[in-house]
Write a protein that binds this ligand. Structure first.
Ligand code: GAP
Length: 516
């Protein structure tokens, strides 16, 4: 089994064992692609949301937050295009009876070519050592060139089929490239069909004539339909943004890769309303701002990249994804889209209401253009965990699993541990915890050996462990142990708050991205 796949499986079971993520309705054998967050998962998730929310609403005086309802008027989804066009191309394998997204099968084939190229490069780098010239190797090696040309050819054909909405061609590509079902191993495929991803339900009693409504597949439309409410009540001037965090629902066909693709998930979206013609400047600015937000967490700049879209939605004039290197490859975590005036114009048309902004500087009314930044909380959660999961062999040969979660996002900031369960040490430890609990999420733990307690805290990513020993009662000092280095230091109890605050402070992180 490839090592990364192995790590991903371990991460999933680690999440369950340590209270981060549980399969939903587990005692009833679970529900496909729906997950519950446990005691540590919810803290990490809340910290991610706070980092995003504060970065939007505190750092930008022209970004305001809202919280709109999940249920919305059904015509909204007609206006947004979701009723007619929020589809995935589906294909079934007749032997395994398994259903796949045709585009995902083809993307996986493209990834296979990329993997082959990477392996060649890796092998050559090992062979040639320091003298290795990667650029030259990629440009001249025959196996690399062969795989690159196969990849490019497939990519071009695929992008055209998607752009044309040509379902027959998608099927033909699957056949031509001999893509097989991962379960049955056969090429016995059905035709490709479109499948709408929205969940629907009914509002009102049937006797009164119930209305079919949808569970929102994105939070963005709640922002668009409140554009004028926020603009008028907040006396906002263009450019300004509206931010929102909330649940979204999609009946994903290929629900896999843990919390990466869920049927119920959470989004953090911000629509930034600008003057027509200025959208590409703002698109570029938000691209840089959002990348900075990600990189400030310190998981490693190499783990992020932009991926510009081949296929632009008909209403978009620029779009890119921020991808993170998950254990299963670089994958989209956030989308940044220049959506023109498509959404507001469409709502104006369908609602019959005027949705324009009077720009006093231009002395003119117009429908603003929109730059959208849209990030999935759950994907961000997965990015943090996969970037933090480490297995380390210690000097004594033991293995420790440690989550090197950025301290500011860690579910528990410190654990206070009395060395023994007697002699007044538990009381002293509780006293320390009680003093710090107003500022930090602290745990108290007195069970098992100190080594075992360190391991438990490492496993949930606690950046600091504070040990209270007999000397503490007289010298008022404790031992602080740092998660990542495992170094230990003797420090006065009175300095604890300052030391911990420095590393876990959201304020410091926000200052870093605000260039203060
Ligand atoms: N309003 C634009 C929009 O919704 P999207 O690319 O469909 O764009 C934005 O989704 C983000 O939402 C993605 O980058 C991803 O992080 C997250 N997301 C989308 N579908 C998801 C799913 N099924 N499970 C988890 N996260 C998802």
């Amino acid at each position: 089994m490839p090592q990364q796949e192995d790590i991903f499986k371990k991460l999933i079971s680690h999440c369950k064992e340590y209270g981060f993520v549980f399969p939903s309705s587990e005692i009833y054998d679970g529900l496909g692609a729906v997950y519950d967050y446990g005691q540590n998962g919810v803290e990490l998730k809340n910290n991610i949301k706070k980092y995003w929310w504060d970065s939007m609403t505190l750092l930008n005086e022209n970004v305001a937050g809202i919280d709109s309802a999940i249920f919305m008027h059904p015509t909204i989804w007609k206006a947004s295009g979701h009723v007619d066009a929020f589809n995935d191309p589906l294909i079934d394998n007749k032997d395994s009876k398994k259903r796949y997204r045709a585009d995902v099968l083809i993307e996986d084939q493209i990834t296979k070519y990329e993997d082959k190229i990477d392996k060649e490069v890796e092998k050559a780098a090992k062979r040639f050592g320091e003298t290795f010239d990667e650029q030259k190797f990629r440009a001249t090696n025959s196996r690399v060139l062969e795989n690159q040309s196969k990849k490019d050819e497939l990519h071009t054909r695929f992008a055209k089929a998607l752009n044309d909405g040509d379902l027959e061609e998608l099927r033909q590509i699957i056949l031509d490239y001999e893509i097989v079902c991962p379960i049955s191993g056969t090429k016995n495929w059905t035709d490709v069909r479109q499948f709408n991803l929205m969940f629907s339900t009914e509002m009102g009693s049937t006797a009164d004539g119930a209305t079919k409504i949808y569970l929102r597949p994105e939070t963005a439309q709640g922002i668009f339909v409140n554009f004028l409410n926020v603009q008028k009540s907040g006396r906002m001037k263009i450019p300004f943004g509206i931010a929102q965090i909330g649940k979204a629902f999609r009946n994903e066909i290929v629900a896999r890769q843990f919390v990466f693709r869920m049927r119920e998930f959470e989004q953090m979206e911000m629509q930034f309303f600008v003057r027509p013609g200025e959208e590409l400047k703002w698109f570029e600015q938000w691209k840089q701002t959002r990348m900075k937000w990600h990189k400030a967490l310190g998981l490693g700049d190499k783990k992020y990249r932009f991926h510009d879209h081949d296929k632009l939605a008909h209403y978009a004039n620029a779009a890119t994804d921020i991808e993170f290197e998950m254990p299963f490859g670089f994958k989209e975590v956030e989308g940044i889209h220049s959506r023109t005036d498509f959404d507001l114009s469409s709502h104006e048309k369908y609602s019959g209401k005027n949705i324009r902004f009077f720009d006093p500087e231009l002395n003119q009314s117009y429908i603003p253009y929109v730059i959208e930044t849209s990030i999935g909380v759950d994907r961000m959660f997965l990015a943090i965990l996969s970037g933090s999961y480490c297995e380390e062999t210690l000097e004594n040969g033991e293995m420790r699993v440690v989550l090197k979660i950025p301290p500011v996002l860690a579910p528990v900031k410190l654990a206070v541990l009395p060395l023994v369960k007697k002699d007044g040490l538990p009381e002293k430890a509780r006293e320390i915890r009680n003093n710090l609990k107003f500022d930090f999420h602290c745990q108290y733990d007195e069970k098992d050996s100190i080594g075992k307690r360190y391991r438990r805290q490492d496993a949930i990513g606690t950046p600091y462990c504070i040990t209270v020993d007999h000397d503490t009662l007289t010298d008022h000092c404790v031992t602080i142990r740092y998660r990542d280095t495992m170094n230990q230091e003797r420090i006065p109890i009175s300095s604890l708050e300052t030391i911990i605050e420095k590393k876990v402070s959201m304020k410091n992180l926000l200052k870093q991205i605000a260039n203060v």
